[in-house]
Design a binder for this molecule. Structure first.
Ligand code: SF4
Length: 337
């Protein structure tokens, strides 16, 4: 038995098992249960002597080092990777989990804690999947996965799609119940269209005006927002699923009447809806959370002009604008409040 195949998590399962046994083993791990020889045998996948030896000390390669419960429904998890890096996942409490796809992020959105330190490294598919395993150990009923944590999923698309495929095949999460949140690019939409697994998409707009979007998302690419929306619309047609257009609402920045007008002009007639997320405060960033009345009025104005629009108050949980805060707080040596 080689040491590398022992106790190193999901990444090494394909080296230890194959075919039907590999699928069963993944199902056990992704359900949040401990993978043991006995658990495999109980599912009718009796391991050989060699496989028994390889699985003897199986454990995940990642560890939950901190769990913060938020208001009795959601739980934020800080997950330590084998090399000591950390990412965040959020058990959403509604049958979903929000996972990270990178350590840090290169896009550098000005309102996001995750982008402050830049990109440190990519996550492997196994590291993405182990976040689901940890979440299911807390909530076995998880049926939905959102790639909305730390990182820009399309900058690590091979690993994200590999993880999505395994979740669809062996994790009990249909592709339509997986949502990839992205700042978007026409190339990424083409790759998604051609992929064997095609998750739902949330396109992070945050501005409908090109100059404002470039300012808020400085390294998101310079494609005109109209081109991104056209590509998203084509993906919606290809998959038969609506696009979620995410809008982190920033006081005085993108909550103005002209922002409503620009957004309505951009999305009218498109196959999708706007998810408005009042921004969650990050102490070191120069933005403010809009007043509740202003946020409600913004959404109502969109609806009055014919768009489908929702507002999500749990910004600290599911907004990618906030997902990196716990890890960032730890990195700064502060305490999570
Ligand atoms: S909002 Fe998303 S894309 Fe932008 S820096 Fe944060 S993690 Fe990256």
């Amino acid at each position: 038995m080689s040491e590398e195949t022992t106790g190193s998590g999901l990444a090494l399962l394909p080296g230890a098992l194959s075919g039907r046994k590999l699928g069963i083993a993944r199902r056990i791990v992704l359900s949040g249960q401990r993978l043991t020889v006995e658990a495999l045998a109980a599912k009718g996948a009796q391991p050989t002597a060699d496989e028994r030896e390889r699985l003897h000390a199986f454990d995940l390669a990642t560890t939950v080092v901190e769990r913060v419960d938020a208001g009795g429904e959601a739980s934020r998890l800080v997950v330590r990777l084998a090399d000591g890096e950390q990412v965040e996942s959020v058990v959403l409490g509604d049958g979903g989990v929000c996972v990270s796809s990178q350590v840090g992020c290169a896009v550098g959105c000005r309102f996001c804690a995750s982008g402050i330190g830049g990109l440190r490294r990519q996550l492997s598919a196994a590291e993405i999947l182990e976040q689901v395993a940890h979440a299911r150990a807390i909530d076995p009923a998880i049926k939905r996965v959102v790639y909305m944590g730390i990182g820009e999923p399309t900058h690590n698309l091979d690993a994200v799609l590999d993880a999505a495929q395994v979740l669809a095949d062996d994790g009990g999460v249909h592709e339509r119940s997986q949502t990839l949140s992205t700042v978007g690019s026409t190339r990424a939409f083409r790759r998604l269209t051609d992929s064997s697994v095609r998750p739902s998409v949330a396109l992070s707009l945050h501005a409908a005006d090109d100059a404002l979007r470039r300012d808020l998302l400085p390294r998101a690419g310079h494609e005109p927002v109209a081109d991104l929306v056209a590509a998203a619309d084509a993906y919606a047609d290809a998959t038969g699923r609506e696009i979620q257009y995410a809008w982190a609402l920033l006081d005085g920045v993108n909550d103005r009447d002209e922002d409503v007008e620009d957004l309505v002009a951009l999305l009218r007639g498109r196959r999708g809806y706007v998810n408005v997320i009042p921004w969650n405060r990050v102490p070191e960033l120069p933005f403010a959370t809009p007043h509740r009345e202003r946020a409600i009025a913004f959404v109502q104005a969109l609806r009055d002009q014919g768009l489908f629009a929702t507002i999500r108050w749990s910004a600290g949980v599911e907004a990618e604008a906030a997902c990196g805060q716990l890890r960032r707080t730890r990195a700064l040596g502060g305490s999570q409040g």
